[in-house]
Design a protein around this ligand. Sequence first.
Ligand SMILES: [Zn+2]
Ligand SMILES: [Zn+2]
Length: 60
Amino acid sequence: MDHYICTGTCGAVSSEPGLCQNRECPNYGQQLTVCSCTDDRHGMSRNDEEYRKLDEEEEL
Ligand SMILES: [Zn+2]
Ligand SMILES: [Zn+2]
């Protein structure tokens, strides 16, 4: 199901279109970006490697 995310640092997620509401976020007042991910990572690869490392460490 599509949802809307802030691409700034606040990590806001909304089920409806809107604006970033976090004044400390660099994207404050900017439109949220539509996202259709199903894994709650919102298509961001920034943390993928860290997640993978954690997963591997847990398995070991
Ligand atoms: Zn934001
Ligand atoms: Zn998403």
